[in-house]
Design a protein. Structure first.
Length: 49
């Protein structure tokens, strides 16, 4: 069985701004990757639109 390191993100989206939320997602994913995560999991409907 292959092991995967996952990061579970607890954060809030930028209200009513999908572009800014996606920028935030990219930043959080990059931070998780630098800490060894291969998968980043966000709350359901984190990115609206």
């Amino acid at each position: 069985m292959t092991k995967i390191r996952a990061a579970v993100v607890q954060n809030a989206p930028v209200a009513f701004d999908t572009g800014a939320t996606m920028t935030k997602v990219a930043t959080l994913v990059a931070q998780a990757a630098t800490q060894g995560a291969q998968l980043a999991v966000f709350p359901e409907a984190f990115v609206g639109g």
